[in-house]
Design a protein around this ligand. Sequence first.
Ligand SMILES: [Zn+2]
Length: 530
Amino acid sequence: MKERLYLFDTTLRDGAQMNGVDFTVQDKLKIAALLDDLGVDYVEGGYPGANPTDTELFADDRKLNATFTAFGMTRRPGRSASNDPGLVQLLDAKADAVCFVAKASDYQVRVALETTPEENLASIRDSVRAAKAKGREVLVDCEHFFDGYKEKPEYALACAQAAHDEGARWVVLCDTNGGTLPHEVEAIVGAVTARIPGDRVGIHAHNDTEQAVANSLAAVRAGARQIQGTLNGLGERCGNANLISIIPTLKLKGDFAARFDIGVSDAKLKNLAHASRMLDEMLNRAPDRHAPYVGESAFTTKAGIHASAIAKDPKTYEHVAPETVGNRRKLLVSDQAGRSNVLSELERIGLTVNKDDPRVGRLLDEVKAREARGYAYEAADASFELLARRTLGRVPNYFDVTRFDVTVEQRINARDERVTVTMAVVKVKVGDEEMISAAEGNGPVNALDLALRKDLGKYQRFIGGLKLTDYRVRILDGGTEAVTRVLIESEDEAGERWITVGVSENIIDASFQALMDSIVYKLVKSGAPA
Ligand SMILES: [Zn+2]
């Protein structure tokens, strides 16, 4: 019988402390749904009363399977629980559980809190009691626990003990400043679990020495049974323990996999890479290509020898199978790549070609030349496929855009409002037929997209279900002058998604290239006649 380990996500609370992260209520609900679907046990939503977003978030029952948790302070020194407005508001929040933060360091209590160690213990007991009386599950984050333990172990333990004795479901040991090392965590958590049962003890690690994941695992080895962390390790300073790395480690790695069960099923583990990328997308950040397990490069092989070994047996250079975490194996088509890599990519997209075909070398040269100019074919699969098909002579020339024109006009309208109007006109030649389409959009790229897809004559029926789902712009420092790279993600009526790329000094031109590739890719995929 395996032991149950619990996962507590604090992306929406501690993760939101990171510079540049600013979630709306809608963002928070989306992320909560993502975590809930993944099978995380606790979702900490925020700090009701601390800001309008979190207050609104906890004004309604959010109906998660996970235990929806509100974060807040224990009662203030010198006040009773019922006479502390912050605590009262916290206990009124529509949450299944309350996670209190309480200092567990004698030094912090005296210097930062400016109260006595005894009053701090009383505050912990009173707050736990008040929340339990309200029918909430209670957690107590023992802030500065490890530093406090190193200075005065008996006081840190007394804080944890007070929370436990009063009936807190979890006593969470926090490495608030993130400076504790794994062997220290293992020893200190061991001392705690000698007094408080490990299935009541949690770990909350920060990543200031890049050991938050290692510290979390060390705590589990010493008996702790709840791990707190965030998606992609989001969090203040260097971040929190990264659940995206912890989850697959617990599911797939030796001792942990053999001894413990977590709420994330094998099937849901396959959504891990997606969950990680979704969060980046919401934050409008480039995903970390080198993120363990889920990064685009996590299973990408560049050097020729490794690539040919992997082709024989993936286990030669992979620690787990990429599919288990929703990632995939990639043999890199770029700079140092050899012919064998290109051939594998061609095989993956279903193009069979003789390995001695001179066109393979031509394609490789073309890819290298374009990547040097800023094209990113690892991300833009559809553009790579088109380039490969064109080099192999298999893409019909469906239509030509002989001319386009985009205007952006800003003026004051009759109601004295400043308005921006964007219009695009596109001249397209399909066979012998010439067509002119115009469209207005909410920006130049949108207008161009709408005009381009308005009338493609006999091909119109193939692109009816096409829509753009994402548009990303990066300015690349291309040596002498900056160039713009545009990545467009498209989706069709069947829900299939693909990404195309365009590069130019001009953002409209870069967007146009990516739009054209997207449409042509759809026509190829639909088997549109030449
Ligand atoms: Zn924290």
